[in-house]
Design a protein around this ligand. Structure first.
Ligand code: FAD
Length: 297
């Protein structure tokens, strides 16, 4: 099913992200992880795409097997840096054959030290990929957005202008980069909406349960870490059990606040850890049920 159809029907959607295996040998264990996540009853599960297409076949394969086995819609991520038009056409064919109806259209990142001039390809930006997807198929198309600005952008205003091009190219929804301070998201949504971008936004929530991993991710994403979060990472970083409890509690609190403030979608970066995602889902189960029981106009 197309995600846009679920958006039409429900007031609040919950989705998870999973990454595919790098090697065939790990496919079954990642499939099991995906099935465990599916057991938590999300509205859809997104499957990431390796930079430069390294996990290309596993993305489509995992997305389609998961959909077939659970009846939960999959969202296949697709990046376009370094891809020619014919490569993209062949991926589109594969996705259609595998009955994937939802695609997250991304530019992807250049290998370290490279830029657009080093890689041949027909797409400079995600908006180019959106245009191709619209022309060649009938997918529901999502895109990425950055509440704190994309790291390559000069400033947030410029980034917002670029986001507008991508939205105008035909996006159905947006998923945000991880953020840890809800005020940052609210300010971003306000700026987005004041530019006329009214499409549904899924707030990307990364549970912080592993200090090392999170420090690396924050360097990559530039996300601001509130003092409250830094305090527990500093205090519990050497105790995995304590880190996990604190991270689950922090993510839960973030999500409850987002839902209370009317967010349309919450996207949990599961990091292929169904137990952490399950604990968060348990903490918000009545809240999600209550919101979806309200009239949806
Ligand atoms: P774009 O929207 O193309 O933007 C990239 C940069 O170009 C921005 O700085 C933007 O301001 C600028 N820009 C855009 N349009 C123009 C224009 N017309 N003129 C000038 N500048 C412009 N990466 C993966 O490899 N695989 C994944 O599965 C994956 N999943 C992701 C999921 C989410 C929810 C998010 C937030 C990111 C994901 N990424 C993934 C990372 C993503 O590929 C990188 O953040 C990448 O650097 C930007 O991709 P984009 O689609 O946002 O690019």
């Amino acid at each position: 099913m197309k995600i846009s159809k679920i958006i039409d029907k429900k007031k609040l959607l919950i989705s998870f992200e999973i990454f595919p295996p790098k090697q065939e040998a790990n496919f079954d264990s990642v499939m099991q992880t995906a099935l465990d996540l599916g057991g938590l009853n999300p509205d859809f599960i997104s499957v990431t795409y390796g930079a430069g297409g390294t996990t290309r076949s596993y993305t489509a394969e995992l997305a389609s097997s998961l959909q077939e086995k659970t009846q939960i819609p999959s969202l296949a991520h697709l990046t376009c840096v370094g891809s020619g038009f014919s490569d993209i056409q062949s991926i589109i064919r594969e996705l259609k054959e595998k009955k994937i109806e939802n695609v997250l259209a991304l530019r992807g990142d250049y290998p370290q030290g490279a830029d657009a001039s080093d890689l041949p390809g027909d797409c400079a930006y995600a908006s180019d990929l959106v245009r191709i997807l619209k022309k060649e198929a009938d997918f529901c198309i999502g895109g990425a957005c950055y509440p704190e600005g994309h790291p390559e952008s000069e400033n947030r205003l410029e980034d917002l202008q670029h986001l507008q091009y991508k939205v105008d190219a035909g996006l159905d929804f947006l998923t945000t980069q991880m953020f840890f301070d809800n005020e940052v998201l609210y300010s971003f949504l306000y700026r987005m909406q004041s530019k006329g971008m009214k499409l549904p936004v899924f707030a990307g929530i990364m549970p912080v349960t592993n200090a090392k991993q999170i420090k690396r991710m924050i360097t990559l994403s530039n996300a601001h870490m509130p003092q409250k979060l830094l305090a527990f990472v500093d205090r519990f970083q050497d105790n995995p059990g304590a880190m996990m409890q604190a991270g689950i509690a922090y993510a839960t609190e973030q999500i409850i606040d987002l839902i209370a403030n009317g967010i349309r979608g919450v996207h949990i970066y599961s990091m292929n850890k169904p137990d952490i995602t399950a604990a968060i889902m348990h903490n918000i189960s009545h809240i999600v049920e209550a919101v979806n029981a309200e009239a949806h106009v």
